[in-house]
Design a protein. Structure first.
Length: 118
């Protein structure tokens, strides 16, 4: 079992930056299999970023070059650095975890709201 708690959401102006944090507990290797998703009002939840088995990050085209996923294994923390935010980035952001590279994401945080004003 993995428990996830997001923080760092809030209001930001377009072009600004925000860093989301996700605290993981329950497994010491959980940060390797974690990612970020988001859900905008009236839309389905969509993939944002995750770690790849090669050690880098994989990103949705809509955030590539602006968002960066990172982790601190010693603290069991995963981060999403959001730069150059746009109004269309407004959504509830969720941290998620899975049991392995080939597993579906089955552990989810409660979400943190990000609102970008134009």
């Amino acid at each position: 079992q993995v428990q996830l708690v997001e923080s760092g959401g809030g209001w930001v102006q377009a072009g600004g930056s925000l860093r989301l944090s996700c605290a993981a507990s329950g497994r010491t290797d959980s940060t390797y299999y974690m990612g970020w998703f988001r859900q905008a009002p009236g839309k389905e939840r969509e993939f944002v970023a995750t770690f790849s088995s090669s050690g880098g990050g994989t990103y949705a085209d809509s955030v590539k070059g602006r968002f960066t996923i990172s982790r601190d294994n010693a603290k069991n923390m995963v981060y999403l650095q959001m730069n150059g935010v746009k109004p269309e980035d407004t959504a509830v952001y969720y941290c998620a975890a899975r049991d392995g590279w080939d597993n579906a994401y089955t552990y989810w945080g409660q979400g943190t709201q990000v609102t970008v004003s134009s």
